[in-house]
Design a protein around this ligand. Sequence first.
Ligand code: IPM
Ligand code: MG
Length: 369
Amino acid sequence: MTANKSLLLLPGDGIGPEVFAQAKRVLDWVQKTGRASFTLHEDLVGGAAIDAYGVPVTDATIAKAKEVDAVLFGSVGGPKWDKVSFDIRPEAGLLRLRQELQVFANLRPAKVFDALVDNSSLKPELVRGLDIMIVRECIGGVYFGEPRGIETLADGTERGVNTEVYTTPEILRVGRVAFDLARKRANRVCSVEKANVMESGLLWRRVMARLQAEEYPDVELTHMYADNCAMQLAKNPKQFDVIVTGNLFGDLLSDLAAMLTGSLGLLPSATLGAKDPVTGRRAGFYEPIHGSAPDIAGKGVANPIAQILSLALLLRYSFDMEDEALAIEQAVERVLAKAGRTPDIKIEGRPVISTSEMGDALIAELEAI
Ligand code: IPM
Ligand code: MG
Protein backbone atom coordinates (compact mmCIF):
# COMPACT_ATOMS: atom_id res chain seq x y z
CA MET A 1 0.00 0.00 0.00
CA THR A 2 1.46 3.33 -1.02
CA ALA A 3 0.46 6.33 0.97
CA ASN A 4 1.05 9.78 -0.42
CA LYS A 5 2.13 12.19 2.27
CA SER A 6 3.02 15.83 2.12
CA LEU A 7 5.97 17.19 4.01
CA LEU A 8 7.35 20.65 4.65
CA LEU A 9 11.14 20.76 4.97
CA LEU A 10 12.63 23.70 6.88
CA PRO A 11 16.43 23.25 7.12
CA GLY A 12 17.08 26.69 8.63
CA ASP A 13 20.53 28.01 9.50
CA GLY A 14 24.04 26.87 10.41
CA ILE A 15 24.49 23.12 10.15
CA GLY A 16 20.75 22.73 9.39
CA PRO A 17 21.07 22.53 5.59
CA GLU A 18 24.09 20.17 5.81
CA VAL A 19 22.46 17.63 8.07
CA PHE A 20 19.20 18.00 6.14
CA ALA A 21 20.92 16.93 2.94
CA GLN A 22 21.59 13.55 4.59
CA ALA A 23 18.04 13.29 5.94
CA LYS A 24 16.77 13.82 2.39
CA ARG A 25 18.80 10.84 1.24
CA VAL A 26 17.04 8.76 3.88
CA LEU A 27 13.67 10.09 2.65
CA ASP A 28 14.65 8.92 -0.84
CA TRP A 29 15.43 5.51 0.60
CA VAL A 30 11.97 5.35 2.20
CA GLN A 31 10.36 6.23 -1.14
CA LYS A 32 12.39 3.53 -2.84
CA THR A 33 10.95 0.90 -0.49
CA GLY A 34 7.63 1.67 -2.20
CA ARG A 35 5.77 2.01 1.11
CA ALA A 36 5.16 5.71 0.75
CA SER A 37 5.58 8.55 -1.65
CA PHE A 38 6.12 12.07 -0.53
CA THR A 39 5.21 15.46 -1.88
CA LEU A 40 7.98 17.68 -0.62
CA HIS A 41 7.83 21.40 -0.02
CA GLU A 42 10.83 23.35 1.20
CA ASP A 43 11.24 26.83 2.60
CA LEU A 44 13.52 29.14 4.52
CA VAL A 45 13.21 29.74 8.24
CA GLY A 46 15.18 31.56 10.93
CA GLY A 47 18.08 33.76 9.87
CA ALA A 48 17.86 32.56 6.28
CA ALA A 49 14.25 33.80 6.17
CA ILE A 50 15.22 37.11 7.79
CA ASP A 51 17.80 37.65 5.03
CA ALA A 52 15.35 36.75 2.26
CA TYR A 53 12.01 38.03 3.57
CA GLY A 54 12.75 40.23 6.59
CA VAL A 55 10.99 37.90 9.05
CA PRO A 56 12.09 34.58 10.59
CA VAL A 57 9.01 32.81 9.24
CA THR A 58 6.51 34.12 6.69
CA ASP A 59 2.72 33.79 6.80
CA ALA A 60 2.93 31.68 3.66
CA THR A 61 5.29 29.24 5.39
CA ILE A 62 2.94 29.06 8.38
CA ALA A 63 0.01 28.34 6.05
CA LYS A 64 1.98 25.60 4.32
CA ALA A 65 3.02 24.11 7.66
CA LYS A 66 -0.65 23.86 8.65
CA GLU A 67 -1.62 22.25 5.37
CA VAL A 68 1.00 19.47 5.12
CA ASP A 69 0.93 16.15 6.96
CA ALA A 70 4.14 16.87 8.90
CA VAL A 71 7.00 19.35 9.22
CA LEU A 72 10.68 18.46 9.44
CA PHE A 73 12.72 21.29 10.92
CA GLY A 74 16.47 21.78 11.18
CA SER A 75 17.84 24.53 13.41
CA VAL A 76 17.90 28.32 13.49
CA GLY A 77 20.10 31.17 14.62
CA GLY A 78 23.71 32.28 14.55
CA PRO A 79 25.93 35.28 15.34
CA LYS A 80 25.05 36.86 12.01
CA TRP A 81 21.58 37.71 13.39
CA ASP A 82 22.61 38.69 16.93
CA LYS A 83 21.70 42.30 16.25
CA VAL A 84 18.23 41.88 14.72
CA SER A 85 15.38 43.08 16.91
CA PHE A 86 14.06 40.68 19.54
CA ASP A 87 10.64 40.23 17.86
CA ILE A 88 12.11 38.96 14.62
CA ARG A 89 15.14 37.07 15.93
CA PRO A 90 15.59 33.64 14.28
CA GLU A 91 14.27 31.77 17.36
CA ALA A 92 10.99 33.70 17.10
CA GLY A 93 10.32 31.79 13.86
CA LEU A 94 10.56 28.47 15.65
CA LEU A 95 8.38 29.65 18.54
CA ARG A 96 5.75 31.00 16.14
CA LEU A 97 5.67 27.73 14.21
CA ARG A 98 5.16 25.74 17.40
CA GLN A 99 2.41 28.05 18.54
CA GLU A 100 0.58 28.37 15.22
CA LEU A 101 0.63 24.60 14.77
CA GLN A 102 -0.56 24.21 18.38
CA VAL A 103 1.97 21.44 18.95
CA PHE A 104 1.87 21.34 22.73
CA ALA A 105 3.63 18.07 23.54
CA ASN A 106 7.36 18.04 22.90
CA LEU A 107 8.74 14.51 23.17
CA ARG A 108 12.45 14.47 23.86
CA PRO A 109 13.86 10.99 24.21
CA ALA A 110 17.25 10.68 25.90
CA LYS A 111 18.49 7.24 25.02
CA VAL A 112 22.03 5.99 25.35
CA PHE A 113 23.28 3.91 22.47
CA ASP A 114 25.45 1.03 23.70
CA ALA A 115 28.22 2.07 21.36
CA LEU A 116 28.32 5.53 22.93
CA VAL A 117 28.37 4.67 26.62
CA ASP A 118 31.93 5.95 26.87
CA ASN A 119 31.06 9.30 25.31
CA SER A 120 28.90 10.31 28.24
CA SER A 121 30.35 12.61 30.86
CA LEU A 122 28.87 10.29 33.50
CA LYS A 123 30.34 6.93 34.50
CA PRO A 124 29.37 4.12 32.11
CA GLU A 125 27.43 2.18 34.76
CA LEU A 126 25.21 5.21 35.39
CA VAL A 127 24.17 5.58 31.77
CA ARG A 128 24.36 2.14 30.16
CA GLY A 129 20.84 1.28 28.99
CA LEU A 130 19.50 4.72 29.89
CA ASP A 131 16.17 5.42 28.18
CA ILE A 132 14.24 8.47 29.38
CA MET A 133 11.41 10.27 27.66
CA ILE A 134 10.97 13.92 28.55
CA VAL A 135 7.56 15.31 27.68
CA ARG A 136 7.87 19.08 27.66
CA GLU A 137 4.82 21.31 27.40
CA CYS A 138 5.74 23.46 24.43
CA ILE A 139 3.33 26.30 23.72
CA GLY A 140 2.55 27.64 27.17
CA GLY A 141 4.22 28.62 30.41
CA VAL A 142 6.63 31.49 30.68
CA TYR A 143 7.53 31.26 26.98
CA PHE A 144 4.15 32.66 25.99
CA GLY A 145 2.58 33.97 29.22
CA GLU A 146 1.22 37.52 29.43
CA PRO A 147 2.03 40.11 30.61
CA ARG A 148 5.51 40.22 29.18
CA GLY A 149 7.87 42.93 28.05
CA ILE A 150 10.38 45.53 29.16
CA GLU A 151 9.01 48.78 30.52
CA THR A 152 10.67 51.99 31.65
CA LEU A 153 9.77 53.04 35.16
CA ALA A 154 9.19 56.58 36.40
CA ASP A 155 12.72 56.78 37.79
CA GLY A 156 14.18 55.85 34.42
CA THR A 157 15.16 52.31 35.40
CA GLU A 158 13.68 49.40 33.51
CA ARG A 159 11.61 46.37 34.44
CA GLY A 160 11.56 43.10 32.48
CA VAL A 161 8.52 40.86 32.94
CA ASN A 162 7.54 37.34 31.95
CA THR A 163 4.68 35.35 33.33
CA GLU A 164 4.53 31.65 34.13
CA VAL A 165 0.96 30.54 33.57
CA TYR A 166 -0.75 27.17 33.15
CA THR A 167 -4.44 26.33 32.98
CA THR A 168 -6.08 23.02 33.86
CA PRO A 169 -6.75 22.02 30.20
CA GLU A 170 -3.14 22.78 29.24
CA ILE A 171 -1.86 20.55 32.04
CA LEU A 172 -4.35 17.78 31.30
CA ARG A 173 -3.57 17.48 27.60
CA VAL A 174 0.19 17.22 28.07
CA GLY A 175 -0.33 14.96 31.09
CA ARG A 176 -2.35 12.52 29.01
CA VAL A 177 0.42 12.36 26.40
CA ALA A 178 2.90 11.48 29.16
CA PHE A 179 0.69 8.80 30.73
CA ASP A 180 -0.13 7.26 27.35
CA LEU A 181 3.57 7.05 26.51
CA ALA A 182 4.39 5.56 29.92
CA ARG A 183 1.92 2.74 29.30
CA LYS A 184 4.00 1.67 26.29
CA ARG A 185 7.23 1.96 28.29
CA ALA A 186 8.05 1.22 31.95
CA ASN A 187 4.72 2.66 33.14
CA ARG A 188 6.16 5.41 35.34
CA VAL A 189 5.63 9.15 35.14
CA CYS A 190 7.54 11.73 37.15
CA SER A 191 5.83 15.12 37.11
CA VAL A 192 8.20 18.05 37.63
CA GLU A 193 7.46 21.61 38.81
CA LYS A 194 8.25 24.01 41.64
CA ALA A 195 5.10 23.57 43.72
CA ASN A 196 7.09 24.71 46.75
CA VAL A 197 7.47 28.18 45.24
CA MET A 198 5.05 28.74 42.36
CA GLU A 199 1.25 28.61 42.26
CA SER A 200 1.37 27.44 38.64
CA GLY A 201 3.44 24.51 39.91
CA LEU A 202 1.00 23.81 42.71
CA LEU A 203 -1.85 23.63 40.21
CA TRP A 204 0.29 21.47 37.91
CA ARG A 205 0.87 19.00 40.75
CA ARG A 206 -2.81 18.83 41.75
CA VAL A 207 -4.04 18.38 38.20
CA MET A 208 -1.51 15.64 37.47
CA ALA A 209 -2.46 13.80 40.65
CA ARG A 210 -6.16 13.97 39.82
CA LEU A 211 -5.56 12.87 36.22
CA GLN A 212 -3.64 9.84 37.42
CA ALA A 213 -6.31 8.88 39.96
CA GLU A 214 -9.18 9.28 37.52
CA GLU A 215 -7.77 8.02 34.23
CA TYR A 216 -4.43 6.29 34.78
CA PRO A 217 -4.55 4.39 38.09
CA ASP A 218 -2.40 1.67 36.47
CA VAL A 219 0.52 4.09 35.88
CA GLU A 220 2.87 5.03 38.71
CA LEU A 221 3.06 8.79 39.31
CA THR A 222 5.67 10.61 41.37
CA HIS A 223 6.21 14.36 41.79
CA MET A 224 9.55 16.11 41.96
CA TYR A 225 10.74 19.69 42.28
CA ALA A 226 12.62 20.83 39.20
CA ASP A 227 15.87 21.58 41.01
CA ASN A 228 15.89 18.15 42.61
CA CYS A 229 15.10 16.60 39.22
CA ALA A 230 18.20 18.24 37.74
CA MET A 231 20.26 16.80 40.58
CA GLN A 232 18.69 13.35 40.26
CA LEU A 233 19.32 13.33 36.51
CA ALA A 234 23.00 13.86 37.12
CA LYS A 235 23.12 11.45 40.07
CA ASN A 236 21.03 8.49 39.01
CA PRO A 237 19.32 9.08 35.68
CA LYS A 238 18.10 5.51 35.30
CA GLN A 239 15.47 6.06 38.02
CA PHE A 240 13.34 7.90 35.41
CA ASP A 241 11.03 6.57 32.75
CA VAL A 242 8.79 9.45 31.55
CA ILE A 243 9.30 12.97 32.89
CA VAL A 244 6.51 15.48 32.25
CA THR A 245 7.08 19.16 32.85
CA GLY A 246 6.38 22.70 31.71
CA ASN A 247 8.05 24.63 28.93
CA LEU A 248 10.99 26.27 30.71
CA PHE A 249 11.91 23.40 33.05
CA GLY A 250 11.56 21.06 30.07
CA ASP A 251 13.97 23.19 28.07
CA LEU A 252 16.60 22.97 30.83
CA LEU A 253 16.11 19.37 31.85
CA SER A 254 16.09 18.08 28.29
CA ASP A 255 19.49 19.64 27.60
CA LEU A 256 20.83 18.00 30.73
CA ALA A 257 19.30 14.64 29.83
CA ALA A 258 20.62 14.94 26.29
CA MET A 259 24.15 15.51 27.53
CA LEU A 260 23.97 12.33 29.61
CA THR A 261 23.73 10.38 26.37
CA GLY A 262 27.11 11.54 25.13
CA SER A 263 26.12 13.65 22.18
CA LEU A 264 23.55 16.30 21.54
CA GLY A 265 24.15 15.49 17.89
CA LEU A 266 22.23 12.26 18.26
CA LEU A 267 18.94 13.25 19.77
CA PRO A 268 15.74 13.89 17.88
CA SER A 269 12.46 15.34 19.11
CA ALA A 270 8.82 15.23 18.09
CA THR A 271 6.27 17.88 18.94
CA LEU A 272 2.66 16.85 18.57
CA GLY A 273 -0.69 18.59 18.57
CA ALA A 274 -4.10 17.29 19.56
CA LYS A 275 -5.75 14.57 17.52
CA ASP A 276 -8.62 15.90 15.45
CA PRO A 277 -11.63 13.89 16.67
CA VAL A 278 -13.10 13.72 13.16
CA THR A 279 -10.13 13.18 10.84
CA GLY A 280 -7.78 11.61 13.37
CA ARG A 281 -5.05 13.92 12.08
CA ARG A 282 -2.63 15.60 14.44
CA ALA A 283 -0.01 18.22 13.67
CA GLY A 284 3.54 16.91 13.92
CA PHE A 285 6.71 18.96 14.07
CA TYR A 286 10.08 17.21 14.16
CA GLU A 287 13.46 18.69 14.96
CA PRO A 288 16.82 17.67 16.37
CA ILE A 289 17.57 18.81 19.91
CA HIS A 290 20.85 20.40 18.89
CA GLY A 291 21.03 23.96 17.60
CA SER A 292 22.51 25.46 14.47
CA ALA A 293 26.13 25.10 15.74
CA PRO A 294 27.48 28.11 13.79
CA ASP A 295 31.03 27.30 14.92
CA ILE A 296 31.15 24.17 12.76
CA ALA A 297 28.65 25.15 10.05
CA GLY A 298 29.80 24.81 6.46
CA LYS A 299 32.69 22.52 7.32
CA GLY A 300 30.95 19.25 6.52
CA VAL A 301 31.69 17.80 9.95
CA ALA A 302 28.29 18.02 11.67
CA ASN A 303 26.66 14.83 12.82
CA PRO A 304 23.48 14.22 10.76
CA ILE A 305 22.13 11.50 13.09
CA ALA A 306 19.76 13.67 15.17
CA GLN A 307 18.18 15.07 12.01
CA ILE A 308 17.81 11.58 10.58
CA LEU A 309 16.36 10.21 13.81
CA SER A 310 13.91 13.14 13.79
CA LEU A 311 12.79 11.88 10.41
CA ALA A 312 12.37 8.41 11.95
CA LEU A 313 10.11 9.91 14.64
CA LEU A 314 8.13 11.68 11.91
CA LEU A 315 7.57 8.37 10.12
CA ARG A 316 6.51 6.75 13.40
CA TYR A 317 4.21 9.38 14.89
CA SER A 318 2.80 11.17 11.85
CA PHE A 319 2.75 8.41 9.23
CA ASP A 320 2.43 5.27 11.34
CA MET A 321 5.41 3.77 9.51
CA GLU A 322 6.87 1.87 12.44
CA ASP A 323 8.88 -0.56 10.28
CA GLU A 324 10.69 2.21 8.46
CA ALA A 325 11.28 4.15 11.69
CA LEU A 326 12.77 1.05 13.31
CA ALA A 327 14.92 0.34 10.26
CA ILE A 328 16.42 3.82 10.46
CA GLU A 329 17.05 3.48 14.20
CA GLN A 330 18.66 0.10 13.67
CA ALA A 331 20.86 1.44 10.90
CA VAL A 332 22.04 4.17 13.27
CA GLU A 333 22.89 1.63 15.97
CA ARG A 334 24.82 -0.51 13.52
CA VAL A 335 26.77 2.40 12.12
CA LEU A 336 27.65 3.58 15.62
CA ALA A 337 28.82 0.09 16.51
CA LYS A 338 31.29 -0.26 13.67
CA ALA A 339 31.67 2.64 11.24
CA GLY A 340 33.66 5.84 11.39
CA ARG A 341 32.50 8.68 13.59
CA THR A 342 31.86 12.38 13.12
CA PRO A 343 34.13 14.52 15.34
CA ASP A 344 31.50 15.07 18.08
CA ILE A 345 31.51 11.36 18.95
CA LYS A 346 34.95 10.31 17.79
CA ILE A 347 36.74 7.48 19.57
CA GLU A 348 40.16 5.95 19.22
CA GLY A 349 40.47 3.25 16.64
CA ARG A 350 37.76 4.56 14.32
CA PRO A 351 38.25 6.95 11.45
CA VAL A 352 36.80 10.42 11.77
CA ILE A 353 34.29 10.89 8.97
CA SER A 354 32.36 13.78 7.45
CA THR A 355 28.65 14.57 7.44
CA SER A 356 28.15 13.05 4.01
CA GLU A 357 30.26 9.98 4.81
CA MET A 358 28.02 9.39 7.81
CA GLY A 359 25.12 9.62 5.36
CA ASP A 360 26.83 7.08 3.08
CA ALA A 361 27.30 4.65 5.97
CA LEU A 362 23.66 4.95 7.03
CA ILE A 363 22.31 4.50 3.53
CA ALA A 364 24.52 1.44 3.04
CA GLU A 365 23.10 -0.06 6.28
CA LEU A 366 19.54 0.77 5.25
CA GLU A 367 20.03 -0.90 1.91
CA ALA A 368 21.36 -3.99 3.68
CA ILE A 369 18.44 -4.27 6.14
C1 IPM B 1 14.88 24.18 22.26
C2 IPM B 1 15.55 25.51 22.05
C3 IPM B 1 14.50 26.57 21.81
C4 IPM B 1 13.64 26.64 23.06
C5 IPM B 1 15.04 27.94 21.42
C6 IPM B 1 15.93 27.87 20.21
C7 IPM B 1 13.92 28.92 21.19
O1 IPM B 1 16.38 25.81 23.13
O2 IPM B 1 14.15 23.74 21.36
O3 IPM B 1 15.11 23.57 23.30
O4 IPM B 1 14.00 27.31 24.02
O5 IPM B 1 12.59 26.01 23.06
MG1 MG C 1 16.60 24.21 24.51
